[in-house]
Design a protein around this ligand. Structure first.
Ligand code: ZN
Length: 57
């Protein structure tokens, strides 16, 4: 099961790029590679989102 990491700059999910030995993470939104030390394991909470669940309307 693959883990999903998030861009520390824009919060978008990162794409995992497996090279020979190392694994790097690429943000399609920033169009750049992100260091494994900076990536986020959870999506940032202060990201604006339109996804709202109207369960209690
Ligand atoms: Zn990004």
């Amino acid at each position: 099961m693959a883990e999903i990491y998030y861009c520390p700059d824009c919060g978008a999910p990162l794409e995992e790029c497996s090279s020979c030995a190392a694994v790097s993470y690429f943000c399609t939104k920033c169009n750049s590679l992100k260091s494994k030390k900076r990536i986020l394991k959870h999506p940032p909470e202060n990201t604006p989102s339109d996804k709202r669940e109207n369960v209690d309307k």
